[in-house]
Write a protein that binds this ligand. Structure first.
Ligand SMILES: [Zn+2]
Length: 241
């Protein structure tokens, strides 16, 4: 991780992570947490465990929030307050409707990304204003449905939280191991075209193993370069933020 200028204006400097750094840190943090809480590392990660992960580092987690005034499709909000732990709100409809549990899981994992990787910047900035040039303002980040599992790199904070969402629910070593086994079973050794039937079967397998939606599994497999949106052999879009 390195600090670079924050052109969004939220902070004077902001962290830049390589995807592998987020993968390693998330897998290590989540596995250590599961072992401590349940005595074993098991996936899918229980939905309750995602609550506890947030509660460990937030002032409050409200899973029954009315976010209708925050804008269309906003399903999660993290409020950063200088000098304090963050506040997290999740749209009530996700918690109240069992058929939306996968959406609840991805939203919780996404907001944990903000809590773990971004909220400390409001503490550090406050403690050491000279390091970053100025104290940050209180800021709320409003997370829309379309950005929960994967956002464009235009907004670094949403991109990182979207990446963390996949890295928490589908840790890279475990997800890659399942994908490798599947590729071996069909005698394939390279990335699969995301539009192929084999890709659809792999997505189904990952979605089941980690209790996520097919869309979340698809995005994760693309980010881990196991599926390709380009024709095989033409290379990959380069991630990073
Ligand atoms: Zn977000």
């Amino acid at each position: 991780m390195k600090y670079i200028r924050d052109i969004s204006g939220r902070l004077s400097m902001r962290p830049h992570f390589e995807p592998i750094e987020l993968d390693r840190e998330c897998e290590q943090l989540v596995c250590a947490f599961l072992k401590q809480k349940y005595g074993e590392i098991r996936f899918p990660i229980p939905t309750d465990a995602l609550d506890v992960l947030i509660e460990q580092d937030a002032q409050d987690l409200d899973k029954y929030a009315d976010l209708s005034a925050e804008g269309d499709d906003v399903e999660g909000v993290t409020q950063f307050v200088p000098g304090q732990k963050p506040l997290v709100k999740i749209a009530a409809r996700l918690s109240e409707n069992p058929s939306l549990e996968n959406r609840l899981r991805t939203t919780l994992a996404h907001e944990w990304g903000h809590v773990k990787f971004h909220a400390p910047l409001w503490l550090v900035d406050t403690a050491s204003p000279n390091l970053f040039g100025r104290r940050p303002d209180a800021t709320s980040i409003k997370c829309k449905r379309g950005n929960i599992v994967g956002a464009s790199e235009y907004d670094w904070m949403e991109w990182q939280a979207g990446y963390v969402c996949g890295a928490v629910l589908m840790p890279h070593k475990r997800a890659k191991a399942i994908a490798k086994e599947y590729l071996g079973s069909i005698r394939a050794n390279g990335p699969l075209d995301v539009k192929s039937q084999a890709a659809a079967d792999l997505i189904k397998c990952i979605a089941k193993a980690f209790q996520v939606s097919a869309e979340a599994a698809r995005v994760r497999m693309i980010k881990l370069r196991i599926l390709s949106e380009l024709r095989p052999g033409l290379g990959f879009p380069q991630p990073g933020a």
